[in-house]
Design a protein around this ligand. Structure first.
Ligand SMILES: Cc1cc2nc3c(=O)[nH]c(=O)nc-3n(C[C@H](O)[C@H](O)[C@H](O)COP(=O)(O)OP(=O)(O)OC[C@H]3O[C@@H](n4cnc5c(N)ncnc54)[C@H](O)[C@@H]3O)c2cc1C
Length: 421
């Protein structure tokens, strides 16, 4: 969050769009408790004056840990009033590139301001992931866990929950407490529980050894909490650590609340169908369930293409026609791409190949003579354009731009662009 003070210091003219805590108000159960502990639930700010503790002190609230959703919602609103007092509540319908250096924002009231940069921080709401044979059944019978503000309507009914992370386990607890007959179905052999802050000596020792970020185990969590060390570690260690830090896990205060919930672990759903207004689920051990409703607590998959307001030219992938690049560094339309390497290793050949094969109606290429660069100096150090770059106009035409020294343009052909080599 760029606070008013930060903006003034940077002399940047910023418009912030959005609603304070809307996702939290609409898509999380009222009775929810934050999985992150209090120490990990402060929203970042430059000097700590907008911390959860500062909010509690100002309002005379106790420092609750874990933090109830209601407390966090009030804190978020308080934070927002201070950090973004001039928040613009109009919805953005479309973000459309305007030339090469700016964007037009289409707002719900018909206004169309032009801006030079857009930072998208629009949250995860479009990314709810429904990965199961249940996903094809009607929304009335199968829902994602993020669509329940309360569970009262399931009192006296049977509900299957798929998943074993925090939202599956907490939804199971809340449904059970509402009087629903709940069964949790998961692939893993047993739930993973986070280290807690219980009263026993063992719990306190475990909690003391847990990393402040509340992800990962005692070793992996501390490594992830030190980004500099993590970044410098061997790749295999980084991947191992990441896999352990993002494992689905439940908060330490949940096991007691789900003690009486039926948990079917180590099982996969083979198929699902509707029958007389109920959901019939077949598992991989041959057993079957018939329930009134199924909840998919199957998490989120980030895919920016699902932000409906981003113009397709921003999110569509541009096929460069070079298999290694398309697989390893997929590019979007309008993206700038720098190619740097020593002399004679094929930059021009690669660029020519991109220029010939990219799906575009027009291309051009630029050649920069080697003499333009001082020995050992980078293009940027030599005061040249920072890097050769492709840019795509919204119409689908493409140009390759470097320093404008010598330019050749021809449809669907390409020559090389060489910087420093
Ligand atoms: C069930 C659940 C439990 C969670 N528990 C925790 C927890 O315990 N601790 C924790 O730290 N995190 C938790 N999270 C994660 C947390 O919710 C997100 O990380 C956080 O909300 C992301 O913040 P954000 O500002 O990126 O997005 P959001 O809070 O979703 O904010 C997005 C903003 O973008 C605006 N916006 C979107 N589209 C448009 C548009 N078209 N025009 C204008 N404005 C727009 C919205 O109005 C909103 O202001 C939880 C998430 C879920 C689903």
């Amino acid at each position: 969050m760029l606070t008013p003070r930060g903006r003034a210091a940077m002399s940047v003219d910023v418009i912030t769009f959005g609603d304070k805590m809307r996702f939290w108000h609409e898509r999380m159960p009222e009775q929810m408790i934050l999985r992150s502990r209090r120490r990990s639930s402060h929203i970042a700010d430059p000097d700590g004056s907008l911390s959860l503790d500062a909010f509690a002190a100002e309002h005379g609230h106790p420092r609750l840990d874990p933090v109830p959703l209601t407390e966090f919602e009030s804190y978020g609103a308080w934070y927002g009033e201070r950090a973004a007092p001039d928040l613009d509540g109009r919805r953005i319908i479309a973000v459309v590139p305007r030339g090469e250096r700016s964007f037009t924002l289409r707002l719900e009231d018909g206004a169309e301001p032009t801006v030079s940069r857009v930072i998208v921080a629009a949250g995860i709401s479009p990314f709810a992931w429904r990965d199961s044979p249940l996903a094809d059944l009607s929304d009335e019978l199968v829902s994602h866990s993020s669509y329940h503000r309360s569970f009262g309507r399931f009192r006296g009914r049977s509900v299957a929950i798929v998943g074993c992370g925090q939202s599956a386990l907490e939804s199971a607890a809340l449904l059970h407490e509402e009087g629903a007959a709940v069964e949790l179905i998961a692939r893993r052999p047993a739930p993973v529980w986070l280290a807690g802050h219980g009263d026993s000596l063992r719990a306190r020792v475990r909690a003391g050894l847990a990393p402040p970020t509340d992800v990962g185990g005692r070793a992996t969590g501390w490594l992830a909490a030190a980004p500099g060390v993590m970044h410098g570690s061997p790749r295999a260690l980084r991947e191992w650590t990441t896999a352990r830090c993002v494992v689905p896990a439940g908060a330490d205060w949940l096991p007691e609340r789900v003690r009486d919930v039926t948990m079917t672990m180590n099982r996969q759903i083979r198929s699902a169908e509707t029958r007389n207004g109920t959901v019939r689920i077949s598992l991989d051990d041959g057993s079957e369930r018939e329930v009134d409703h199924a909840i998919l607590a199957t998490g989120w998959r980030i895919d920016v293409a699902r932000y409906p307001f981003l113009d397709r030219s921003i999110v569509e992938r541009l096929d460069l026609g070079v298999r290694a690049l398309d697989a390893l560094v997929p590019c979007g339309r309008g993206q700038r791409l720098g190619i740097f390497s020593g002399s004679g290793v094929g930059k021009s050949t690669l660029l020519g190949s991109i220029a010939r094969s990219t799906t575009a109606s027009v291309n051009s290429s630029v050649w920069i003579p080697r003499s333009r660069f001082p020995r050992r100096a980078s293009p940027a150090a030599a005061g040249m354009a920072p890097m050769p770059s492709w840019s795509v106009a919204p119409s689908g035409t493409r140009s390759a731009t470097c320093a404008p020294i010598r330019r050749s343009t021809s449809p669907m052909t390409g020559s090389g662009c060489s910087c420093g080599g």
